[in-house]
Each structure stands twice: as C-alpha cells, then as structure tokens.
Design a protein around this ligand. Sequence first.
Ligand code: CP
Length: 328
Amino acid sequence: MYSSFSNKHLITTQDWTVEEIEKCLNTAKRLKENRQLNIPHDHILRSKTFFMLFFEESTRTRNSFEAGITQLGGHAIFLTPRATQIDHGETAKDTIKVLTRYGDGIGIRKTYGEGNRYMREVARYSEIPVINMQCEDYHPTQALADLLTIKEKFGDNLRGKKFVISWTYAPNYIRPLSMPQSLILLMPRFGMDVTLAHPEEFSLKPEIVEQAKANAREAGVKFNIVSNMEEAFEDAHIVYAKSWGPIMHTKDKKEGLALIEKYPDWMVDKRKMEIALKEAIYMHCMPADRDIEVTSEVLDGPQSVIYDEAENRLHINKALMALTMAHI
Ligand code: CP
C-alpha cells in the first residue's frame, strides 16, 4: 500500500503538515517502544538502501541514520564528495539519477555554501526521498527529535509552554543558523510560545523569522525576540541554548569570531537556569562546548535532557525512513 509519505522529501519541516509531523512522531514512539521491548522490526526496510551523503563531519546524524536503518533491516552507504565523482564536478542531477537506480532514499548534509540549493536540486530530479541531514538554513531531523523529547517531558498538549532558543558564546568556529531557524519554525506549530534571544549581530534570516511569526499567528501563540538572555529565561519551560555565527551581519570569518568575543557572558550556568521555571529542561543538539557555552554543572545536571535528545535522533530517523521508504 502506498501512503502519502511515499518518496516524500524533507528539506524543511515547513514541507510537512502538522498532521504528517504528528504521524512521524507517533511512528517514532512506536519504534522506540519496539526497541525497548526487543520486538523485532527489521522487516520494515528489509533489502532497502539509504545513501548518506556528507559534505561535513557528524557524530549523531550519521550514526543514528546508519544504526536506524540496520535496525529496520536495511543498509546505509556512507558517501562523501571525495568518495564519489561529486568532487570532480558530477552534477546533482546525474548523481541522483544514478543513485535512484540503486537505492531507496538519500540523506544529504551540506551545511556550508549553498547546501539548501544543492539538496533542492537533488530533490528536483530524485525519484527517491531526499532527507535534509542539515543545510545552512535547516536541520529538520534534529528539530523533530527535539519536539519528540519535549513531548516526552511535558506531554502532548504544549499550549502555554514557553520555549526559549538562546544564542550562547562559543568562540572556536562559526556555526550555521540551521538549528535556531528550524526551532523557531517548528515549535509554534505545536502550541508553544517561542522566545528567541540573541545579541543584535546574531540575527537570523529575516524571511525565516517572518515565516516563524506567521506560524505563531496561525497557531495563536506568542513569538518574541529579545536581546537579553536572563530576560528570555523568565518563566521558561524549555531552555534551548547554543551558539551560532553572526552570519547575517558579516561574511568575514575574522570579524565574525571577534564579534563572538564581545559576549562571553552569554553562557548558561546554574544561576541562569534558576531564572527559568523549577520544572524547566535544558536542551542542546550537541556537540556542546562544555564550560564555554554552558557549564558542565548544567549539562550533567537534573534539568539536562541532552542525551534523550541525542537518542531520539535514532527513533525519529527510523520513523522518517520507514514512512518515506517503506510506504507504511
Ligand atoms: N546534532 C547533530 O547534528 O550532531 P552531529 O553534527 O554530530 O550530526
């Protein structure tokens, strides 16, 4: 039986309706229970192949997709531009037209440069589902795993819950905007009031912020932008704090790193977490810069759910592959 998910691409969560995302979350929950109860589910993608094309490094994304398809009975192939003819200039069209003849789905990570344009070009010519494993604008599989984690902690009705995504200091490299942009788009659609906090030079893409505001209006929830971390944390249920680069302000790496150095106080510690509600959770997609972005006391403390988030990457990715590749 073919479902509405058959060969459906996921470049951003905006491509999927709330109902489709709910189905993905419910499928992930079922697959998580099956794994916990040792119920075999390796028939779902038996003999199916998932290509993973990485232009950059990864711990969680690669390993959760690869372990995930193994558990579903299929096989993953790890590809890089150097391991293929992409580095010799083979086009997105020719690459995917050929891979479509061999396998059943493809994930792509291309975070720097025109990653989004590249994966949309692949999707245009692909007859198999294309999953965005992170581009410069979006990281949808991480955001979905985060939403699953929030639902596990606070239940399905998230109306009235305050979700804060805050910039943090982290001076060693310029991180993309994909995580905060994905979170501000997704969380309002599931009933949360969203507050985005960052110093002025660390704004997000205006068109994505406008889309997030439209999502919030449609869902009847609040959307605020503040430039003070402590103000943002007041009454928060969810504190998601991580670094990103001043990409909208400057393309110059040296200038960008100097701008980050202006804000060493934007670090999450126990005192700041005490501004949030008692039941607040701390989230980070990882890798986290320990004792730079956030203290180890918070990362390893009772409010931190970072390893649950990382685990949920596995269950969400299995659900995405099962729904789009197995036609369940
Ligand atoms: N959060 C995340 O995407 O981690 P990796 O970069 O290790 O895949």
